[in-house]
Each structure stands twice: as structure tokens, then as C-alpha cells.
Design a protein around this ligand. Sequence first.
Ligand code: EPZ
Length: 421
Amino acid sequence: MARYKIVGGNRLSGEVTISGAKNAAVAILPATILVRGKCRIENVPDISDVRILLDILKDLGASVSREEGGVVEIDCTNVTSTHPNPELVRKMRASYYLMGSLLSRFGKANVALPGGCNFASRPIDQHIKGFMALGASVEETEDYVNLTEGPMGLHGNRVSLDVVSVGATMNIIMAACLLPGRTIIENAAKEPHIVDLANFLNTMGANISGAGTDTVKIRGVESLRGGTYAIIPDQIEAGTYMAAVAAAGGNVLVRNVIPKHMDCITSKLSEMGVQIFNYDDSIRVISEGRLRCATVKTRPYPGFPTDMQAQICVCMTIASGLSKLTESVYETRFFGYCSELANMGADISISGKTANVNGRKKLHGAMVCARDLRAGAALVIAGLAAEGTTYVGNIGYVERGYERIVEKLTALGADIQRIED
Ligand code: EPZ
């Protein structure tokens, strides 16, 4: 098994370039199934979730080629199978997007239930609700979802989500793209990666409006042609590096960001005493490593993202005073990392949806283990800020979502190595 060995105490300096957004890429790649033609997609992050999806698409009959610099060319014209390889599907969460794209293109899909980070119960009932509203017959077993065209055929419809769900919003957008009629998704999620998916599909000839608001409208079209599209920068990767500078101290220019997407994170780090300067497509982050306590409540976009909960918690563990961190999306997300941080000296008490974090002077190095993607990233940040050496195990989680994290942190002056046990 591989681990990270991190010797803490180095301040971070220099520049880091943010990669393409994981949660946009893992939707846009399955969405190429909707396109009869070649899609040239730029700024695709080289992470394991992407590599698995490309293997799934190849297995379905797509032609896939990768160029240097994050460019992927995919042509799904000759895809015929509607049964993606279940072994690969179960390796990640976002494979559920294959349901919507295969249903819209072929009128059927037989997809294994997804895997991925299991920090909470992550149902897909809202996805299913959407597919049924669009006229699909749904058969769910313990392991599979089988979608077929219902007796009334597949057609546009109004879908009002009971929960603000990123995945369901994106899956229904994909499912509706090639269906006759108009689909309206109400109570839709508004994350930047949803807008990115809609922009990609519209570039290929779809007719989607309202993405980024709570009401998304899709008018079905006959077919989508090929084209070129560049994925947006990763809001959460950028936020993770900003939190690393905040906790370890330093002066870093974070390049290839959309500052507007970072507002919720920027404002909280500023509140904690971090100096932040926004430029057109970059952000400078300066911290002496001495932070003020804060109160944070995670919310769907444009609120403070749940995917930054663990990272901001690390900053709180070394901030002066008592911080409060309340989770509104996944109640049990704290359990993926708080006990590991306690092994490093953090003083965190969890009560229901809130973690009360009593700031300490310093964390100390320890042997810790990632239990999900963002928990693993948080433990890396903790190791950078801690006194002594930290070993982070289960780093496969981290490498699902952070391209070349060891190289990027090393370039900033961090003492981090990937070691094979
Ligand atoms: C996406 O997950 C992201 N994953 C998650 O990022 C992120 O934490 C989450 O959105 C919230 O922003 C990808 O995009 C691949 P949801 P998703 O559907 O779509 C409930 C990361 O670290 N819900 O928005 O699965 C659900 O239980 C990952 O990059 C239902 O009840 O999240 C949760 O409480 C972790 N029924 C809430 O909605 C459903 O059918 C939000 O979930 C779907 C969701």
C-alpha cells in the first residue's frame, strides 16, 4: 500500500496551477455518450475517477485518445452497449451519470449501483424520480438500476426535486437532452459544475437554459454534434490549496481559478485572518499560520461547500479560540477524519450536525488514514501544519480527486513524499 510521508513545519511559497474540475469532468465525460461525433475536451484532470470513466467509455465502444496537457478526444458515435462494466462502475460515485446519458441516447440503460466515498448514506432516489417523470420504467435490484422506455414512451416533463441534489440535477439534464418536448427541473442544484455541464452540452447543440439557478429548462433536440470544450477550474482543489497555505503559513499564487466560484471560501479564510487578493484568473493567499476562530455552516452553492468541510476544520484546529462547524448536506461527514485529527492533537467535539473545535497551538505528526477523498486531503493539510512527521494511509482516495498533489505541494516547498510500503 502507498502512503504519504509528510514532515510538517515548512511554509508554502510560489505558484500552484489548479486542474480541471473533477465534479465537472465526471459528468461531462459520460455526457459524450449523447454526442454522435468527436468531442475534444480540454483541461481534463488526470485523476483516477477520470481514468476509470475513460475505461468505461472505451468498454462501451467509444474511441478515446488522450493528448498531453489534459486534452481528451472521445467519439461515442459507435457506442452500442447500454451495460457499462459493473466492476468499473462500482469503483466510483459519478458512474451514475451513465444512467441518464444512456437512457437519453438509447432509451435504455442497465447500470450497476455506484461506489465512491461512503461518508454518508448517498441515495439516488431523486435521480430515479427524474427518470420516471421522463417516462422511463425503472427496475432496481440490490446491485443494479435497469431503465427502459415506459409504455407512454420517453418525453420531456416537469421534475420538482425533493432535495437539492447535484447528481440528480445533472443526471436529469443528460436524460432530457435528446427526448422530445421540454423538461423543467425545479429546486435544481446550482453548483459551478452544473453550469459547466450545461455549457458543454449546449456547445454540442443542446438547448438548456437556467443552469446555475434553481430552475433548469431543457428542450430536447434530435441529436448532438461534436465540438471542443474546456472544463472549468476545480473550485474545491483551489480551496484545498488555499486552506493548506492558511494552515501551514506562506505566500502562494493559486493560478487558473474563477474567483467568483471561490467567494464563499475566500470570505471564510479572510475572516480567519488570511490575506487574500483576487486577480482575473488567480488568487494570492498569504498567511502567518496564526488563525482566528470562525463559525462555518456548509450549504449548497453558493454557500460554503460541504466538500471543504474537512479542510476548513483543520484550519480551525489551530485557530485561536472556539470555532463551530455545522454540516447541512451530509450529517455524518465529520466521522471521516475528526478522530484522525484527534490523533494529531486536535480538540474536536461533535454534537449532532455541529463540530465544536477548540483551537490548539500546534498539531503533532501521527499515523493517520484517509477514509474518503476530502478527509484525505484534510489529513495532508494537517501534516503540513503539524510538528513532526505524519504518515497518511489509504491515499487512493486522495488521488481520486487531486491531480499530482505530491508534485504540486513539493513545488510549493512542502516536505511530502509518496512511499510504497
Ligand atoms: C456531488 O455528490 C459531489 N460528487 C460531492 O462531491 C458533493 O459533496 C455533493 O455533490 C454535494 O455538493 C460528484 O459530483 C461526483 P448530492 P452527489 O446529490 O451528487 C441527498 C467530492 O468530494 N440526496 O448533491 O452524490 C444526499 O444524500 C464529492 O468531490 C438524496 O437524498 O450529492 C445529500 O444529503 C463527495 N437523494 C444531498 O442530497 C438523491 O437521489 C446532496 O447530495 C440524491 C441526493
